[in-house]
Design a protein around this ligand. Structure first.
Ligand code: NAD
Length: 322
């Protein structure tokens, strides 16, 4: 088997390779060539940790495996390591033999950013100029970098619940050569053509009235029962897309709109269908499109598999008899 350690990942995978891997697996999911296994997520009663598994099988990409890991809230403070910890395990689909073990921390951020970036490519207006960011935590920097590749943005506007975190996001915008402005939620909605929400909120920040016609939203923070970033009424006004309908309507942003009867499950569309051309995607300049990205195991397997390929090419994969 091959090992690709966490420390090697940054020099191997590019945002472009992550994008291609995630776009391909969303397409495969929609063709029913790939499916995710039920997610296991447990509060283990130790260190306040949440631990679980996300797995799946992609028959077109021949990727089988799982990501194991979760969230240890005390890591950073007590041990100086990041709170999210995960590892991807890949198995040979023909034999079940262990094929590779890959560090999953950086990959999680890259595959999450790739997902919203895929949605921007396929759903945002081609002439989108202003990118709005709601959230300024760890993931937001990856989100901003990936989004900037998809449209010719000329400005970033941002709002965060903790305003002191915004200057750091401004530094990332500056690295990309983009002017950055901290704004109110009203100002953000007025200006932004594309909005990414990436917070850990349990009640909505961005309201329906904030968002102007024609906006594309990528709601990326809600991945658990009870979390919510945007008002449910916004989903009723938008055409809603997601990575996987089952996750979106149970642990994603759509859980609230579906749960309160504002939209039917049938109104939640797979982004893979747009990629495959079986759903038209955006059909007018005034339409609001909203991508509910909950994060599926197949995304992790897709980027991990891409990393293994690059690591082998570059001769940095560690081979172990197992
Ligand atoms: P982080 O802890 O670094 O940042 C949290 C962000 O949420 C900050 O911007 C913070 O100011 C904001 N926030 C906190 N409380 C808030 C509140 N009450 N209202 C509004 N905003 C609030 O976390 P992160 O690593 O950037 O992750 C952000 C979210 O993305 C988390 O919910 C995480 O679970 C989720 N996530 C989703 C995926 C996916 O695939 N969809 C992948 C990774 C992480």
């Amino acid at each position: 088997m091959l090992i690709v350690p966490e420390a090697a990942i940054a020099d191997l995978i590019t945002p472009e390779a992550s994008f291609d891997a995630v776009e391909a697996v969303f397409a495969a999911m929609s063709k029913r060539d790939a499916y995710n296994f039920p997610v296991v997520r447990e509060a283990i009663g130790h260190e306040d940790a949440l631990y679980g598994f996300k797995g799946g099988f992609d028959q077109s990409g021949m990727t089988l495996g799982l990501k194991a890991g979760g969230y240890w809230p005390n890591n950073l403070e007590r041990r100086g390591i990041i709170n999210h910890q995960s590892t991807v395990f890949l198995f040979a689909p023909d034999t079940g033999k262990m094929a590779a073990m890959v560090g999953g921390n950086l990959l999680t951020a890259l595959r999450t950013a790739a997902a919203s970036s895929v949605s921007i490519k396929h759903l945002a207006r081609p002439d989108a100029k202003v990118l709005g960011m709601v959230g300024a935590g760890h993931q937001s920097h990856f989100q901003l970098r990936a989004a900037a590749q998809q449209r010719d943005f000329d400005k970033v506007v941002a709002w965060n619940y903790h305003p002191d975190m915004l200057p750091k996001l401004g530094e990332t915008a500056a690295e990309l050569g983009l002017p950055f402005e901290a704004v109110s939620l009203e100002g953000l909605g007025e200006q932004a053509d594309v909005i990414i929400t990436i917070t850990s909120a349990f009640s909505p920040s961005l309201m329906d009235a904030h968002v102007k016609p024609g906006t594309h939203l990528a709601c990326m923070g809600t991945d658990t029962i009870g979390k919510q970033e945007v008002e449910a009424a916004l989903l009723a006004r938008a055409t809603v897309f997601c990575d996987e309908v089952a996750q979106s309507t149970t642990i994603g942003e759509a859980q609230h709109a579906v749960g309160s009867g504002l939209i039917d499950i049938s109104a939640v569309n797979e982004i893979g269908a747009v990629i495959n051309g079986t759903h038209p995607g955006r059909t007018s300049n005034d339409e609001i499109t909203l991508f509910d990205g909950t994060g599926v195991g197949l995304q992790d397997l897709a980027v991990a598999s891409a990393v293994v390929e690059i690591a082998v090419e570059k001769g940095v994969a560690i081979e172990v008899d197992f």
